[in-house]
Design a protein around this ligand. Sequence first.
Ligand code: ARG
Length: 447
Amino acid sequence: MASKLWEKNVTVDHDVETYTVGRDREMDLYLAPFDILGSMAHITMLESIGLLSAQELQTLLNELRAIYEIAERGEFVIEEGIEDVHSQVELMLTRRLGDVGKKIHSGRSRNDQVLVDLKLFIRSRIEDLTNAMTRLFNALIAQSEKYKNILLPGYTHLQVAMPSSFGLWFGAYAESLADDLTIMRAAYEITNRNPLGSAAGYGSSFPLNREMTTRLLGFGSMDYNVVYAQMGRGKTERIVAQAMASVAATVSKLAFDACMFNSQNFGFIKLPDEFTTGSSIMPHKKNPDVFELTRAKCNKLQALPYEITLITNNLPSGYFRDLQLIKENFLPAFDQLIEVLDMVTAMVSQVKVNEHILDDSRYDLMFSVEKVNQMAKDGVPFRDAYKQVGLAIERGEFVSEKAVNHTHEGSIGNLCNDKITALYEQTLAQFGFHEYHNAFDALLGRV
Ligand code: ARG
């Protein structure tokens, strides 16, 4: 069966076909709804420059809307023997509509088609991802406020150092997510530019109206230079993967803290029993496997930008089939990170904190700096106060009040969670996701 868009008079070797198609029939399912939307914008533009009649456009749009609904219901399949999503959509159109289906590919290539599919996919997945980030952010801020007066030891070199608090601990990860969101926002900005019209990577002799497809797809602007548009394949994915890796690094650090704080030797937090797992040999075990898997999943996600770098590193400009393989780990990564974020949100919301950590005398010395500072405030030069307190500790005579009075910005007594929340919300508002939703609704005739 000559099922390739490009097959003419020679049928490709079966093993070569299997090898080159690879996992595309599975991977391209992620792209299906976006491929259809991209085609809708492309043909609307083709009609405007006289390459389709108004009647043909309407017929094609109606059929593409029907195919979109199939994809929305999760029923879109790439049939056996069909190479990719682009071929499948064209096949469905020609089966239903005949020759008019064969007209839609004027002025484009699968190279810019997959580019635009990826950009539309990423935009929508970044929206889902930021929603998951926001759920975790809110849970962290809520816990930080709830436990702001509960102290715990702060460590340097894993040695007991100075007083910290659960307010600081939870809030630190919230602020880290606020910075990760800034990076995600930059990745979104780069994604939100239209590559359609670059065709195979060198443009077209048709008088394409790229401004029009940019608007129809709700892009912020376009990748102007057609060669650069094609260079965006792999670069966009790497930048987005770097932003995802930043979120993963935040969560992975939190997961390690949680595993450590949950250990009996720390005993600072306790996971509810339903969130722990048992041992097959030791009847007493309640293990924090959830946080351990979170850590490993986040570490894998942090490998993604490097994998993409290695696939693209020594490629010159122009399209290469190498780029196809980026899809395999990149497309499923969004669901993986969202799953991690949602699990950690549940854990953070349910975790029990130990309100009596400081009853244990092993933490008494962490108040030494409070004592030194108090003496300095009373007029003793800091270095002298430091020495006096140090000698008292050596003699075993240091007694601490186990009280802190930290008032500056970002400290135990002044967490600035309102400022951190404002920063997060400002960044979130800049994404402007409604712009692409409005464009899609218009394309689908849902307004
Ligand atoms: N499956 C291909 C990819 O992901 C689609 C583009 C094919 N283009 C080509 N010139 N062979 O890259």
